[in-house]
Design a binder for this molecule. Sequence first.
Ligand SMILES: [Zn+2]
Length: 390
Amino acid sequence: MTKIRKSFLTKAVSLLLILVMMISIMPFAEISVSAKTSADFSISDNGIAFICAREGFHSNCYKDNTQSSIGYGTKCTGSSVQPHTSGSHSITRERALAEMKSQVDSTYSPRVRCQTTGITMNQTQFDALVSLCYNTGGGTTIISNSPLVKYLRGSYSESQARTAYSCYYVKSGGTTLQGLINRRNAEADLFFSGSSPDPVDFEIDTRYPTPITAYPAANSGKITVYNNSLTAYSQSTRFIAWDDKCTINAIYTNGYCNVTYPSGNSTHTEFVKTSDFIPNGVTPYSWHSNENKNTFIRSDLNSLFGSISSSDYCTIVGKNGNTIQIIYPLDAGGFKLGWVDATVVPASDFPTPMIDTLHHPVTSTHTLPSIRWATLMVKCFLMIDALLLL
Ligand SMILES: [Zn+2]
């Protein structure tokens, strides 16, 4: 009788031990399950980078509806007369970033918190809502009535929210703008991805102005796209066609860029090797054209893309034989990536030497620290031990 009881106790304790060990080595054991609301968040570094990439950087003030904007879309405070003469004030990237962060913290994040009181969300969902708020001003009910918040309240499914959100506040002066549709779709991707690129891995290369309208450099085939862990999608599920008109939202120092591309009636935003757009990259170099010139979609100079005016400040980013690849500003805001005949660029305009510094090798930072492997092994040994007791 005593013997039976003892053996039963040993078995029970062993089973309990096994159960505890198994739970502790399961991956989900490390994920926090505590629910957070908007009150718990301020914008993340990734959220700031996301907004910067979509606003684009303007070193000079420009007319933005009724006000003058500068830098990453903040109001230019250079003079009380609004709007200012285009180009009458200038700002550095550092100063522009500081002003943008300060406005987000003092105005836009509080507006998001105020309109989403008590609603459970995660960091990327908060960041996406701040981007909407920064873009629209977030007045009174713009955030609380948004399809994304309706999803959080349970009134919409993900696909209903995505569909409704892709046409939410996409007009400027009565006209629907593709750039605003792209921005809403990118915000929805950020919102529903539940994760964001590690800002340490993805450092924006600030030498490239964004956002940039661009076509892939290839003249046939498909371009491979990558998720935010830089794992390639199978080309049978996701790809960019060679003739897709894309928007490059940000170019990173790791050799990849963030691209919005058409997919059916919608768009996707993923990562692409920068060399698929800038195949013969050179150290970016500021260049002031002195005459109006046509720009072309590819280096063969066959398809007209647009033009640069004599006053445009361009960035030379690549060279292929007798053609030069440039990023140049558009009157309506943003930039284009196009090619011009190299004969329009005097040799003296080039930096020397023209070295390809664009394509850095990518180093993985996603390996488990050895300490976690050691803990795992100890747990496994304990589990085997407990099993032997049975
Ligand atoms: Zn100004």
